[in-house]
Design a binder for this molecule. Structure first.
Ligand code: PLP
Length: 449
């Protein structure tokens, strides 16, 4: 594609004049004008091409512009662009069937939303109505979305400006051995102490007041902390003991990212409700949802479910989901994600950690990896303080700038960079990404002590 800086400048000018961006001080941002994207790459108007190690916001699980999914959206647009949610529509039925076939256990009913936050809102509503209780427990170091309940559930600084005391949310610490809240030194210790802490929290909050516990199966934005063996099964047991609904949020971890269709499969746990979005259709058209167990679905057999959305199960979004899931199955994308994690990304990132003093820990699986960047490997002091901004965040800003200069668009959150490419990233692309990270980490190394 020919560079066209003038067109890029016009796009940027209209953006700055009229687009109000998420999570940003509007006067301080300088968004890159993007001219196009394909597969694992996107490009700007100035002739720069970037390898996308962020998958957008960790959602383009089959990369950009997959021709089969684009064609399916075009065909659906020509056939029936939209139809109200109360009717039975072929693509909606088929999307629900394909998802239910893959969700664990008896999570066989699908409530469709437009994205992850609405999925979380509705999962909480279902849990509250099912149990007749109001309180919900969620973890620090989590993200569940930006709508009212979802942002209150979130366990990171994005919650603070939107905290409402009436949300009925209580936070607890989930396991994270590298920065253990429990002073644990082994995974077994971390798991046992985290479970005891959760049960103590429940005892002091009052078991009969708690409707649900929600956890990201593998926390994503918060740092890709794979739970230690036994933890999620332990949470399942605790939920059963106290009649609490167990919600797993698979908005980021689902649809191939961990090398399984759903991350829950790694841990042999079946939640009562599971939220999904993002990878369900590679984000080509907004779609999310809740997969519902037979028991909770039965609560609403004779009693109306008091929730809905104009675009619930939108035909264009469902057509994109059907095509995406079929592509993932036909092209063995999930198996590929597992394999590239095991053979290329995991070993490659661990090798970087050996050579770079700024890499404290490498963790993850599939195409879901975090590098925990530190000032010092012994003390594990984060490369930048928690929630750092401005000058305090300069080392991470320098790292990100170096990555971009090397043609890699990096995912950066606090003191971490995440390697989260598309699930169908090729071996050559993965190696290209590792080489660019290598160069950028040398810049981070300059800030170690
Ligand atoms: N849950 C998790 C685990 C997420 O990662 C996100 C988004 O990043 C959400 C929920 C919210 O999804 P959405 O932005 O589609 O509302």
């Amino acid at each position: 594609v020919e560079p066209d800086p003038q067109a890029g400048a016009a796009v940027k000018a209209a953006d700055r004049a009229h687009v109000f961006h998420s999570w940003s001080a509007q006067g301080l941002i300088d968004p890159l004008a993007v001219a196009g994207a394909e597969g694992s790459y996107f490009w700007d108007y100035d002739g720069n091409r970037y390898l996308d190690f962020t998958s957008g916001l960790v959602y383009t699980n089959i990369g950009y512009q997959h021709p089969k999914v684009v064609a399916a959206i075009q065909e659906q647009a020509a056939k029936l662009t939209t139809f109200a949610p109360a009717f039975a529509i072929d693509v909606r039925s088929e999307a629900a069937r394909l998802i239910a076939e893959r969700t664990p256990g008896d999570l066989d009913k699908i409530f469709f939303t437009n994205g992850g936050a609405e999925a979380v809102e509705n999962a909480v509503r279902m849990a509250r109505l099912h149990t007749g209780r109001t309180k919900v427990l969620s973890a620090y170091r989590s993200y569940h979305g930006a709508t009212s309940t979802a942002i209150n559930l979130t366990g990171d600084p994005r919650r603070w400006p939107s905290d409402t005391a009436s949300a009925g949310v209580v936070h607890f610490w989930a396991p994270f051995l590298y920065r253990s809240p429990f002073y644990a030194t082994t995974e077994a210790e971390e798991s046992a102490r985290a479970l005891q802490h959760l049960e103590d929290t429940i005892a002091f909050e009052g078991p009969a007041t708690i409707a649900a516990i929600i956890l990201e199966t593998v926390p994503g934005t918060a740092g890709i902390m794979t739970p230690p063996p036994g933890y999620l099964a332990g949470v399942r047991e605790i939920c059963d003991k106290y009649g609490i609904v167990f919600v797993l949020d698979e908005v980021m971890a689902g649809f191939g990212r961990t090398g399984k269709w759903f991350a829950a499969e790694h841990f042999d746990v079946v939640p009562d409700l599971m939220t999904f979005a993002k990878g369900v259709n590679s984000g080509y058209v907004p779609l999310g949802g809740v997969a519902i167990s037979a028991e909770i679905a039965a609560t609403f057999d004779k009693r109306p479910y008091p929730g809905g959305l104009t675009y619930s199960g939108h035909p264009l979004a469902c057509a994109a989901a059907v095509a995406t899931i079929n592509v993932m199955a036909e092209e063995k994308v999930v198996e590929h994600a597992a394999d590239i994690g095991e053979t290329v990304l995991g070993p490659g990132l661990r090798e970087l950690a050996e050579r770079h003093p700024s890499v404290g820990e490498v963790r993850g699986m599939g195409v879901f990896w975090a590098l925990d960047l530190v000032k010092n490997k012994e003390t594990r002091e984060p490369l930048v303080p928690y929630n750092a901004a401005g000058e305090a965040n300069a080392p991470m800003a320098a790292f990100a700038a170096a990555a971009k200069k090397n043609g890699l668009w990096p995912f950066v959150n606090m003191n971490r960079t995440h390697a989260v490419p598309a699930c169908n990233v090729t071996e050559a692309e993965a190696k290209e990404g590792l080489a660019a990270l290598d160069a950028a980490l040398s810049v981070a190394d300059e800030h170690t002590v």
